[in-house]
Design a protein around this ligand. Sequence first.
Ligand code: UD1
Length: 374
Amino acid sequence: MLKVINVVGARPNFMKVAPIVEAMRRRATEFAPLVVHTGQHHDAQMSEAFFRDLELPEPDVHLGVGSGTHAQQTAAALERFEPVVISEQPDWVLVVGDVNSTLACALCCAKLGVRVAHVEAGLRSRDRTMPEEINRLLTDQISDLLLTPSPDADENLLAENIPRERIRFVGNVMIDSLYAQMERAGRSRVREELGLTRGTDYAVVTLHRPSNVDAREPLERVLSALESIGRRLPVVFPVHPRTRRKLEEFKLPERVAALAPRVRLIEPLGYLDFLRLFSGARLVLTDSGGIQEETTALSIPCLTLRDNTERPITITHGTNRLVGTDAASITAAAFDALDHPRASVPPLWDGQAADRILNALLEREMMNRNDEQK
Ligand code: UD1
């Protein structure tokens, strides 16, 4: 029986950990899972709603890290996780994605000599100004098992001299959540509440990357593009707290109000409501990593408002296009994507990744025990 601490910290972690914990509970003779929430995301809309929607068990331990600078968040998670690992003595700690909590908890274990598995390993944007890129690079260097969502990730890791026996291509576990929750999401009334009755074409936008929202100019360029796109179809924009604050700081709420009713800003949505909303969209515009993948899995055209992506497979095998933040380029790409949609789904994005992750953990554990006996 393997005792595994599963770490969650921020919104994009919850949908990756939920199917893994569910599979560990189902395979209770092989796994004893614990859930530790660092509390990096802490409010009802960014965190609690996701536990409910994804049927994630309440965390066994909550570290209460909260908001702060990168150093503060990373340091608080590192410091508060250590006594938990020491008292629980897990066989493995499983971290997911690329948020500050991912790196902090992996680093804590590397120093304690506790084995770490990283889910969603090997993704690279090659843009070291992104905090997530630093988190990805460092987490992969110190993890014992690297579980990758796509073959390009394996290649990235090999190119960084990570031994092949530590790498397992398991597919995309976030897509497990997507498929598992489609039926329940069908009961959400979010489209009706927004007046998007059956047959209405609409677009959905999300935006929160510091490079897009922390300065006024890119934010204004995106709003201009949304104005043009809104003339062709209604646009719904659930606004991340960071983005909401920046809109206010740059005194842009009047500009946003002028876009209504064609472009509507709403509060962030829970998992099921967001799934219901974007799964009916004709087009999604985003700077999120996960949404590039979710749209690809559901064959919904996606425009990524960045100059790079750590998920190139969504472009080569999916619906994604990189468009940057120039207003005219975004608008032209939006019209082209609406007129010429395309679709295909990458290998092993099949809803079965969680079980492959569990099998990889067992296999790696056997290898380690054999090595120790030698
Ligand atoms: C973090 C992750 C990013 C992920 C994103 C998804 C890192 C480096 N970044 O960025 O990879 O895509 O989450 O949301 O880990 N806030 C709230 N309520 C919350 C959480 C945050 O109001 O529950 C506010 C905070 O006060 C903060 C702002 O939102 O000022 C941003 O939160 P933060 O955790 O710093 O980073 P994100 O930009 O959300």
